[in-house]
Design a protein around this ligand. Structure first.
Ligand SMILES: [Zn+2]
Length: 242
């Protein structure tokens, strides 16, 4: 994985003018190296047996990165800019590691070498990326510039997506309403069917109600971003939570 110096150099170079520095930047510089100290655990299930494993850094689950992004918004809306930065930094760590392509079939792991070269090039950010190709790669310039581009995009998105606590509360209520409407629709349909054919509607109704209880409306994600609710991650056990 890229060195701590590289992770931090990418963040500093990509920091957009529309984001405040201060506590938020301090938190990001801490969070961007944290997953190497405190691991996030993902749940892996095979044939009914589930176990927890360290989240893979070079091929991170998208849901994990997204969840930390939403968590960062949660803390920002609650006024805790340092924790917001830490959560955002954790998401960025995985994006950086994911920019380096590893070759598992090689006995000698090439990626340590790529990362040593990235470390040397990091001081030349951002101009080294002017006109450079960027993608998930084992070429150090391409990987470094890919990590830089992803960081810049996520930080700008973070500034643009901000939701106030009032709007967060609105989305929470709207998500609840949708769940109540869906539940009522299933119950009404079940009762209507049961009048004609007693018991025939019981099983489909039970399945429908179960599905609704697992369903997470998009409004809830927006409510979390506004600090109105804390969603439990679907991918495993995070090292940091709300
Ligand atoms: Zn890592």
């Amino acid at each position: 994985m890229p060195s701590w110096r590289t992770h931090r150099a990418i963040v500093k170079a990509a920091w957009p003018p529309e984001l405040p520095r201060g506590e938020l930047l301090r938190g990001v510089l801490r969070g961007v190296v944290e997953p190497d100290i405190e691991a996030d655990l993902v749940t892996r299930c095979r044939k009914k047996r589930c176990r927890e494993a360290r989240a893979p850094h070079h091929d991170p689950p998208e849901a994990l990165v997204r969840w930390y992004y939403d968590l960062a918004h949660f803390f920002r809306a609650s006024g805790d800019m340092y924790s917001a930065g830490r959560a955002l930094g954790r998401a960025l760590h995985y994006l950086h590691d994911g920019a380096v392509k590893t070759k598992k079939w090689l006995l000698l792991n090439v990626h340590d070498d790529v990362e040593a070269q990235m470390d040397q090039l990091a001081s030349q950010l951002p101009h080294i990326c002017n006109g450079a190709k960027h993608r998930r790669s084992n070429n150090p310039v391409e990987a470094l510039c890919h990590a830089y581009a992803l960081t810049s995009a996520l930080l700008r998105q973070f500034a643009a997506d901000a939701i106030s606590p009032q709007v967060g509360a609105y989305y929470k209520a709207r998500g609840r309403r949708k769940k109540i409407y869906a539940t009522s629709a299933v119950v009404v349909a079940a009762v209507a069917t049961a009048v004609a054919m007693p018991y025939a509607a019981l099983v489909p109704a039970a399945v429908g109600l179960l599905a609704i209880s697992f369903w997470m409306p998009r409004d809830y994600v927006l409510a979390m971003r506004g600090g109105a609710m804390c969603l439990r991650p679907t991918w495993g056990r995070p090292a940091m939570t709300c």
